[in-house]
Ligand binder design. Structure first.
Ligand code: NDP
Length: 287
Protein backbone atom coordinates (compact mmCIF):
# COMPACT_ATOMS: atom_id res chain seq x y z
CA UNK A 1 0.00 0.00 0.00
CA UNK A 2 1.30 3.49 -0.80
CA UNK A 3 0.60 6.32 1.62
CA UNK A 4 -1.78 9.19 0.91
CA UNK A 5 0.26 12.36 0.40
CA UNK A 6 -0.63 15.68 2.04
CA UNK A 7 0.24 18.25 -0.62
CA UNK A 8 1.57 21.31 1.23
CA UNK A 9 1.65 23.40 -1.95
CA UNK A 10 -2.02 22.75 -2.75
CA UNK A 11 -3.19 23.37 0.83
CA UNK A 12 -1.06 26.53 0.98
CA UNK A 13 -2.55 27.85 -2.26
CA UNK A 14 -6.05 27.30 -0.88
CA UNK A 15 -5.32 29.06 2.43
CA UNK A 16 -3.38 31.91 0.76
CA UNK A 17 -6.38 32.53 -1.52
CA UNK A 18 -8.58 32.96 1.57
CA UNK A 19 -5.97 35.22 3.18
CA UNK A 20 -5.85 37.44 0.08
CA UNK A 21 -9.63 37.92 0.35
CA UNK A 22 -9.36 38.84 4.04
CA UNK A 23 -6.45 41.21 3.28
CA UNK A 24 -8.55 42.91 0.59
CA UNK A 25 -11.43 43.34 3.07
CA UNK A 26 -9.07 45.01 5.54
CA UNK A 27 -7.63 47.24 2.83
CA UNK A 28 -11.14 48.43 2.09
CA UNK A 29 -11.21 49.65 5.71
CA UNK A 30 -7.91 51.48 5.16
CA UNK A 31 -5.62 48.94 6.81
CA UNK A 32 -2.96 47.13 4.77
CA UNK A 33 -1.48 44.19 6.71
CA UNK A 34 2.27 44.69 6.92
CA UNK A 35 5.12 42.34 7.82
CA UNK A 36 8.62 43.64 8.61
CA UNK A 37 11.45 41.14 8.18
CA UNK A 38 14.96 41.70 9.52
CA UNK A 39 17.88 39.75 8.09
CA UNK A 40 21.38 39.99 9.55
CA UNK A 41 24.34 38.51 7.70
CA UNK A 42 24.81 36.65 4.46
CA UNK A 43 23.66 33.11 5.25
CA UNK A 44 22.30 32.02 1.82
CA UNK A 45 19.50 29.83 3.26
CA UNK A 46 18.30 32.69 5.51
CA UNK A 47 18.37 35.09 2.55
CA UNK A 48 16.18 32.70 0.52
CA UNK A 49 13.72 32.24 3.42
CA UNK A 50 13.34 36.01 3.88
CA UNK A 51 12.97 36.58 0.13
CA UNK A 52 10.24 33.91 -0.04
CA UNK A 53 8.40 35.34 2.98
CA UNK A 54 8.43 38.86 1.57
CA UNK A 55 7.33 37.68 -1.89
CA UNK A 56 4.47 35.61 -0.41
CA UNK A 57 3.31 38.68 1.52
CA UNK A 58 3.15 40.85 -1.58
CA UNK A 59 1.33 38.11 -3.52
CA UNK A 60 -1.36 37.89 -0.82
CA UNK A 61 -1.93 41.66 -1.05
CA UNK A 62 -0.02 42.47 2.12
CA UNK A 63 2.78 45.01 2.50
CA UNK A 64 6.28 44.01 3.54
CA UNK A 65 9.41 45.76 4.76
CA UNK A 66 12.78 44.05 4.44
CA UNK A 67 15.79 45.34 6.38
CA UNK A 68 19.13 43.70 5.66
CA UNK A 69 22.19 44.30 7.85
CA UNK A 70 25.82 43.28 7.43
CA UNK A 71 27.15 40.34 9.42
CA UNK A 72 29.17 42.62 11.74
CA UNK A 73 26.44 45.17 12.46
CA UNK A 74 26.32 46.60 15.98
CA UNK A 75 23.36 44.87 17.74
CA UNK A 76 22.32 48.32 19.04
CA UNK A 77 21.39 49.28 15.45
CA UNK A 78 19.07 46.28 15.16
CA UNK A 79 17.53 46.90 18.60
CA UNK A 80 16.86 50.52 17.61
CA UNK A 81 15.19 49.42 14.37
CA UNK A 82 13.01 46.90 16.23
CA UNK A 83 11.95 49.65 18.65
CA UNK A 84 11.00 51.83 15.68
CA UNK A 85 8.95 49.03 14.09
CA UNK A 86 7.30 48.26 17.45
CA UNK A 87 6.12 51.88 17.62
CA UNK A 88 4.93 52.07 13.99
CA UNK A 89 1.15 51.46 13.88
CA UNK A 90 1.27 50.60 10.17
CA UNK A 91 3.45 47.53 10.92
CA UNK A 92 1.53 44.50 12.23
CA UNK A 93 4.14 41.75 12.25
CA UNK A 94 7.90 41.73 12.91
CA UNK A 95 10.26 38.82 12.40
CA UNK A 96 13.98 38.48 12.84
CA UNK A 97 15.38 35.67 10.71
CA UNK A 98 17.35 33.13 12.75
CA UNK A 99 20.13 32.21 13.22
CA UNK A 100 21.71 35.54 14.14
CA UNK A 101 25.51 36.05 14.10
CA UNK A 102 27.35 34.90 17.24
CA UNK A 103 27.83 38.40 18.70
CA UNK A 104 24.04 38.74 19.06
CA UNK A 105 22.07 37.62 22.10
CA UNK A 106 19.26 36.00 20.10
CA UNK A 107 16.97 35.64 23.07
CA UNK A 108 17.27 39.35 23.90
CA UNK A 109 16.49 40.23 20.28
CA UNK A 110 13.36 38.05 20.24
CA UNK A 111 12.25 39.51 23.58
CA UNK A 112 12.63 43.05 22.21
CA UNK A 113 9.88 42.46 19.63
CA UNK A 114 6.48 43.64 20.85
CA UNK A 115 4.48 40.50 21.81
CA UNK A 116 1.53 41.95 19.83
CA UNK A 117 3.70 41.91 16.66
CA UNK A 118 5.62 38.71 17.32
CA UNK A 119 4.24 36.77 14.33
CA UNK A 120 6.80 33.95 14.76
CA UNK A 121 5.42 33.36 18.26
CA UNK A 122 8.88 33.14 19.85
CA UNK A 123 8.51 35.85 22.54
CA UNK A 124 8.37 34.37 26.07
CA UNK A 125 4.95 35.96 26.63
CA UNK A 126 3.57 34.19 23.55
CA UNK A 127 5.29 30.92 24.42
CA UNK A 128 3.66 31.12 27.86
CA UNK A 129 0.25 31.86 26.36
CA UNK A 130 0.57 28.81 24.09
CA UNK A 131 1.60 26.67 27.06
CA UNK A 132 -1.49 27.84 28.96
CA UNK A 133 -3.70 26.87 26.02
CA UNK A 134 -4.58 30.44 25.13
CA UNK A 135 -2.25 31.27 22.21
CA UNK A 136 -1.93 34.70 20.63
CA UNK A 137 0.51 33.67 17.87
CA UNK A 138 1.18 29.99 17.17
CA UNK A 139 4.72 29.33 15.85
CA UNK A 140 4.36 28.98 12.09
CA UNK A 141 5.80 25.50 11.43
CA UNK A 142 3.80 23.60 14.06
CA UNK A 143 0.75 25.71 13.14
CA UNK A 144 1.17 24.56 9.52
CA UNK A 145 1.45 20.93 10.64
CA UNK A 146 -1.83 21.25 12.57
CA UNK A 147 -3.53 22.59 9.43
CA UNK A 148 -2.14 19.65 7.42
CA UNK A 149 -3.43 17.11 9.96
CA UNK A 150 -6.83 18.82 9.93
CA UNK A 151 -6.99 18.86 6.12
CA UNK A 152 -6.21 15.13 5.97
CA UNK A 153 -8.81 14.36 8.69
CA UNK A 154 -6.22 12.61 10.84
CA UNK A 155 -7.86 11.60 14.15
CA UNK A 156 -6.12 13.33 17.04
CA UNK A 157 -8.02 12.52 20.24
CA UNK A 158 -6.12 9.77 22.09
CA UNK A 159 -3.59 9.33 19.25
CA UNK A 160 -0.06 8.25 20.20
CA UNK A 161 2.20 11.03 18.91
CA UNK A 162 5.99 10.83 18.77
CA UNK A 163 7.90 14.02 17.97
CA UNK A 164 11.59 13.65 17.16
CA UNK A 165 13.30 16.96 18.02
CA UNK A 166 12.77 19.32 20.97
CA UNK A 167 13.62 22.76 19.60
CA UNK A 168 11.79 25.87 20.77
CA UNK A 169 10.62 26.62 17.25
CA UNK A 170 9.32 23.19 16.21
CA UNK A 171 9.40 20.25 18.65
CA UNK A 172 8.21 21.91 21.87
CA UNK A 173 5.34 24.03 20.45
CA UNK A 174 4.29 21.04 18.30
CA UNK A 175 3.99 18.98 21.48
CA UNK A 176 1.86 21.67 23.17
CA UNK A 177 -0.53 21.93 20.23
CA UNK A 178 -1.03 18.17 19.97
CA UNK A 179 -1.41 17.83 23.74
CA UNK A 180 -4.14 20.47 23.57
CA UNK A 181 -5.91 18.18 21.08
CA UNK A 182 -5.76 15.31 23.60
CA UNK A 183 -2.99 13.34 21.92
CA UNK A 184 -0.59 11.32 24.08
CA UNK A 185 2.72 12.97 23.27
CA UNK A 186 6.29 11.65 23.51
CA UNK A 187 9.21 13.93 22.63
CA UNK A 188 12.47 12.28 21.53
CA UNK A 189 15.87 13.95 21.14
CA UNK A 190 19.54 13.16 20.63
CA UNK A 191 19.85 11.46 24.02
CA UNK A 192 16.75 9.27 23.65
CA UNK A 193 17.48 5.56 23.93
CA UNK A 194 16.20 3.24 21.16
CA UNK A 195 14.53 5.84 18.95
CA UNK A 196 12.90 3.16 16.76
CA UNK A 197 11.12 1.70 19.80
CA UNK A 198 9.33 5.04 20.20
CA UNK A 199 8.71 5.82 16.54
CA UNK A 200 7.19 2.38 15.89
CA UNK A 201 4.47 3.07 18.47
CA UNK A 202 3.42 6.33 16.86
CA UNK A 203 0.04 6.83 15.22
CA UNK A 204 1.42 10.26 14.28
CA UNK A 205 5.16 10.68 13.84
CA UNK A 206 6.66 14.17 13.49
CA UNK A 207 10.31 14.33 12.43
CA UNK A 208 12.05 17.67 13.17
CA UNK A 209 15.73 16.86 13.49
CA UNK A 210 17.75 18.08 10.51
CA UNK A 211 19.31 14.72 9.54
CA UNK A 212 18.68 13.53 6.01
CA UNK A 213 16.47 10.41 5.73
CA UNK A 214 17.13 9.23 9.29
CA UNK A 215 13.59 7.87 9.73
CA UNK A 216 13.29 4.78 7.56
CA UNK A 217 10.25 2.65 6.71
CA UNK A 218 11.14 -0.01 9.30
CA UNK A 219 10.84 2.65 12.05
CA UNK A 220 7.22 3.43 11.18
CA UNK A 221 4.01 1.79 12.40
CA UNK A 222 1.95 0.49 9.45
CA UNK A 223 -0.76 3.03 8.58
CA UNK A 224 0.79 5.86 10.66
CA UNK A 225 0.69 9.53 9.71
CA UNK A 226 4.23 10.78 9.07
CA UNK A 227 4.97 14.51 9.09
CA UNK A 228 8.42 15.43 7.82
CA UNK A 229 9.53 18.87 9.00
CA UNK A 230 13.22 18.38 8.13
CA UNK A 231 14.89 20.32 5.34
CA UNK A 232 18.28 18.92 4.36
CA UNK A 233 20.44 19.29 1.31
CA UNK A 234 21.77 16.00 -0.02
CA UNK A 235 25.55 16.01 -0.23
CA UNK A 236 26.28 12.98 -2.40
CA UNK A 237 24.74 10.52 -4.87
CA UNK A 238 22.82 11.32 -8.05
CA UNK A 239 20.57 13.79 -6.16
CA UNK A 240 23.40 15.81 -4.60
CA UNK A 241 22.31 19.42 -4.04
CA UNK A 242 18.60 18.57 -3.93
CA UNK A 243 16.44 18.91 -0.82
CA UNK A 244 15.23 15.99 1.27
CA UNK A 245 13.54 15.56 4.63
CA UNK A 246 14.38 13.70 7.82
CA UNK A 247 12.24 10.82 6.55
CA UNK A 248 13.37 8.36 3.89
CA UNK A 249 10.32 9.01 1.71
CA UNK A 250 10.77 5.99 -0.57
CA UNK A 251 10.67 3.37 2.20
CA UNK A 252 8.34 5.33 4.48
CA UNK A 253 5.56 5.77 1.91
CA UNK A 254 5.23 1.99 1.60
CA UNK A 255 4.42 1.67 5.32
CA UNK A 256 2.72 4.93 6.35
CA UNK A 257 -0.96 5.66 5.80
CA UNK A 258 -0.46 9.40 5.29
CA UNK A 259 2.79 11.25 4.63
CA UNK A 260 4.12 14.73 3.81
CA UNK A 261 6.78 15.13 1.09
CA UNK A 262 9.93 17.30 1.06
CA UNK A 263 9.92 19.61 -0.78
CA UNK A 264 6.26 20.57 -1.12
CA UNK A 265 5.12 19.58 2.38
CA UNK A 266 5.55 21.49 5.62
CA UNK A 267 7.86 24.15 4.06
CA UNK A 268 5.22 26.11 2.11
CA UNK A 269 2.79 25.77 5.04
CA UNK A 270 5.25 27.54 7.35
CA UNK A 271 5.18 30.65 5.18
CA UNK A 272 1.40 30.41 4.81
CA UNK A 273 0.96 30.44 8.58
CA UNK A 274 3.32 33.43 8.87
CA UNK A 275 0.96 35.27 6.53
CA UNK A 276 -1.99 34.06 8.62
CA UNK A 277 -0.40 35.40 11.82
CA UNK A 278 0.36 38.75 10.17
CA UNK A 279 -3.16 39.09 8.84
CA UNK A 280 -4.65 38.17 12.21
CA UNK A 281 -2.47 40.79 13.92
CA UNK A 282 -3.76 43.40 11.46
CA UNK A 283 -7.36 42.25 11.98
CA UNK A 284 -6.94 42.65 15.74
CA UNK A 285 -5.78 46.25 15.13
CA UNK A 286 -8.92 46.90 13.09
CA UNK A 287 -11.23 45.93 15.97
P1 NDP B 1 17.35 22.06 15.95
O1 NDP B 1 18.74 21.76 15.50
O2 NDP B 1 17.09 23.24 16.80
O3 NDP B 1 16.80 20.77 16.76
C1 NDP B 1 17.02 19.49 16.31
C2 NDP B 1 16.50 18.50 17.32
O4 NDP B 1 16.79 17.18 16.84
C3 NDP B 1 17.16 18.63 18.69
O5 NDP B 1 16.18 18.57 19.70
C4 NDP B 1 18.10 17.42 18.76
O6 NDP B 1 18.24 16.89 20.05
C5 NDP B 1 17.36 16.42 17.89
N1 NDP B 1 18.26 15.40 17.37
C6 NDP B 1 19.47 15.59 16.78
N2 NDP B 1 20.00 14.39 16.45
C7 NDP B 1 19.11 13.46 16.83
C8 NDP B 1 19.09 12.03 16.76
N3 NDP B 1 20.10 11.35 16.23
N4 NDP B 1 18.01 11.39 17.24
C9 NDP B 1 16.99 12.06 17.79
N5 NDP B 1 16.93 13.42 17.88
C10 NDP B 1 18.00 14.08 17.40
O7 NDP B 1 16.48 22.06 14.64
P2 NDP B 1 15.05 22.74 14.30
O8 NDP B 1 13.99 22.23 15.21
O9 NDP B 1 15.24 24.19 14.15
O10 NDP B 1 14.83 22.14 12.84
C11 NDP B 1 14.72 20.75 12.62
C12 NDP B 1 14.64 20.51 11.12
O11 NDP B 1 13.47 21.13 10.61
C13 NDP B 1 15.79 21.11 10.31
O12 NDP B 1 16.04 20.26 9.20
C14 NDP B 1 15.25 22.42 9.83
O13 NDP B 1 15.86 22.86 8.63
C15 NDP B 1 13.81 22.06 9.60
N6 NDP B 1 12.87 23.16 9.67
C16 NDP B 1 11.94 23.21 8.70
C17 NDP B 1 11.00 24.18 8.70
C18 NDP B 1 9.97 24.15 7.64
O14 NDP B 1 9.38 25.17 7.38
N7 NDP B 1 9.70 22.99 7.02
C19 NDP B 1 10.99 25.25 9.71
C20 NDP B 1 11.96 25.06 10.76
C21 NDP B 1 12.88 24.05 10.72
P3 NDP B 1 18.98 17.68 21.24
O15 NDP B 1 17.98 18.69 21.71
O16 NDP B 1 19.25 16.63 22.25
O17 NDP B 1 20.21 18.30 20.66
Amino acid sequence: MTARIIDGNALSAEIRGQLAERAAALKAKGITPCLAAILVGEDPASAVYVRNKVAACEKAGMRSIKDVYADDVDPAVVFARIAELNADPSVHGILVQLPLPKHFDSEAVLESISPEKDVDGFHAENVGALMQGNPRFIPCTPYGVMKMLESANVPLKGAEVVIVGRSNIVGKPMAMLLLAKSCTVTICHSQSKDLAFHTRRADILVAAVGRAKMITGDMIKPGATVIDVGINRMTDGPNAGKLCGDVDFETAKEVAGVITPVPGGVGPMTITMLLTNTLEAAERCAK
